[in-house]
Design a protein around this ligand. Structure first.
Ligand SMILES: *Cc1c(COP(=O)(O)O)cnc(C)c1O
Length: 475
């Protein structure tokens, strides 16, 4: 499988060649030259596979430059009941992403049973093993530099802890994460993990990472890499659970299923789009946003207008607080008939802080062919949905999943199973659960006293030099 760039001006690469990289050389995103197509026979054979077998079947089509035996070993090591064991006490860890039918035809798919209780573990755990494997082959080292407001950083650290050849330098805004998120990250004692607390806000941390990455000499010399949401391996690892969810929600491959996806950077739902393009019978891909509704606006009106940081609101589903959706270009590339000249033209304005409008173009009506619909959910909807789900079904859901359920129900069709992706466990968002239900969320046992564990971090000013010094000293 060869990978092209959505901007069409970079040489094609293999899976292994894009594994450790971010943007392609021309500023575009990587996509397969064509999506692998599944025959009816292949789909039939997949129905009874367990998660590891499914993951191998799907990933081997995309990562065909990794020897099959090696890929199988990596997948087998990643998707185990021991790693994805943090679900509800009655959850079936062996299923990895179990489905919970809360009423006939309405399902929650548990993607949040991994080490950091959010769906990012589904892909990041694989990425950790893939990185270690690839680096061992070349004898190289990699220093991952990132900024986090919570979920991504902890997910990356739990995936990379103890991995040979990899060190993680993760910046976070000092005192701005929840006590639980802080404890999750700062209690890690692994010598290859460095938590750097910046006396500033998330954007300050992000700007430092950008400044360091733009210093090409430094970047090359210290082998700086990233694990952000445009990483192709992360996207493709997420394709697998759409297959798992589809088979678990249906009795035969003649049925179609709709998925509702709490969305921010468009990574999760992009994986659903790819599963659908491969031939999985997905009827609708329902995109749910919170008050930061850049994507809902696009799917309703055809206008894509990324926001600046001042216009980005802080909400009670914080992992969806994005101002621009970094994976969105992948979908637009397909929507405009895979014409990189059109993508270049659209992003010429987006890259300068502008917008584009597809209404009145032949592209906008085609959205329907791709199954996308959307909706938005606010703080009030979130609280009401958490409450009604607890009352009606006795199930406690997190604020992001509540957004997905609220919007999903608006687009539900009779006779079509609806799978709502559960992207985090409520334990991560204690304050909002308390506000909605008047009680604290349940916690997986392993996290009982996490806030009391000893913590380790380095405190810096909003200073590129101070961060560089930490890398120089420890890389
Ligand atoms: C990251 C995240 C999302 C958004 O996923 P995208 O791939 O960025 O669209 C939703 N919910 C939770 C809990 C997350 O951590």
């Amino acid at each position: 499988m060869q990978y092209l760039s959505t901007r069409g001006r970079a040489p094609q690469k293999t899976f292994t060649q894009i594994l450790l990289g971010g943007l392609m050389e021309d500023g575009g995103l990587s996509l397969p030259v064509q999506y692998p197509q599944l025959s009816a026979e292949e789909l039939a054979a997949m129905r009874d596979m367990n998660y590891r077998e499914l993951a191998f079947s799907v990933l081997s089509k995309f990562a065909d430059d990794i020897p099959a035996a090696d890929l199988r070993a990596l997948v087998d090591k990643t998707y185990t009941a021991q790693v994805y064991c943090n679900g509800r006490p009655d959850s079936n860890a062996e299923a990895i992403t179990p489905l919970r039918e809360i009423e006939p035809g309405l399902f929650l798919q548990e993607l949040s049973n991994g080490p950091t209780l959010a769906f990012k573990d589904m892909a990041m755990q694989l990425l950790g093993n893939l990185f270690e494997y690839a680096l061992a082959k070349t004898g190289e080292q990699l220093n991952i530099l990132g900024a986090t407001s919570g979920d991504t950083g902890s997910s990356a650290e739990y995936a990379m802890r103890g991995k040979k050849g990899v060190k993680v330098f993760m910046l976070s805004p000092h005192g701005k994460m929840s006590a639980f998120q802080t404890a999750q990250m700062f209690s890690l004692q692994d010598p290859n993990i460095f938590n750097i607390a910046v006396r500033g806000v998330f954007d300050d941390a992000q700007d430092i990472v950008k400044a360091v990455s733009n210093d090409l000499d430094f970047k090359t010399r210290y082998r700086i890499g990233t694990v952000n949401s445009i990483n192709w391996a992360r996207v493709v690892a997420q394709v697998v659970y759409y297959f798992k969810g589809y088979f678990a929600a249906t009795k035969s491959n003649d049925e179609a299923v709709s998925f509702s996806v709490p969305s921010g950077n468009f990574g999760n739902i992009c994986a659903g789009h790819i599963a659908r393009m491969m031939g999985l019978p997905i009827r609708k891909l329902i995109l749910a946003t919170n008050e930061n509704d850049v994507l809902d606006e696009f799917f309703r009106t055809g206008v894509y207008r990324p926001r600046g940081t001042v216009e980005t609101l802080q909400t009670s589903s914080p992992s969806m607080d994005i101002s621009k959706a970094s994976n969105f270009e992948r979908f637009i590339f397909d929507l405009v008939g895979r014409d990189p000249a059109v993508v270049r033209e659209l992003w010429a304005s987006v890259d300068k802080g502008g917008a584009f409008d597809l209404s009145g173009t032949p592209y906008f009506p085609r959205i329907e062919e791709y199954g996308f619909v959307s909706g938005r959910s606010t703080h009030g909807h979130r609280l009401a949905t958490i409450r009604s789900t607890q009352e009606k079904y006795g199930v406690m859901i997190d604020p992001h999943t509540a957004d997905g359920l609220k919007v999903g129900l608006e687009h539900r069709e009779a006779g079509v199973p609806l799978v709502v992706l559960e992207t985090a466990l409520p334990a991560k968002f204690e304050e909002t659960i308390l506000e909605a239900l008047g009680q604290k969320p349940w916690r997986p046992e392993a996290f009982d006293n996490i806030e009391t564990l000893p913590q380790r971090s380095l405190l810096v000013d909003v200073s590129v030099e101070q961060v560089k010094n930490i890398v120089v000293t420890n890389a």
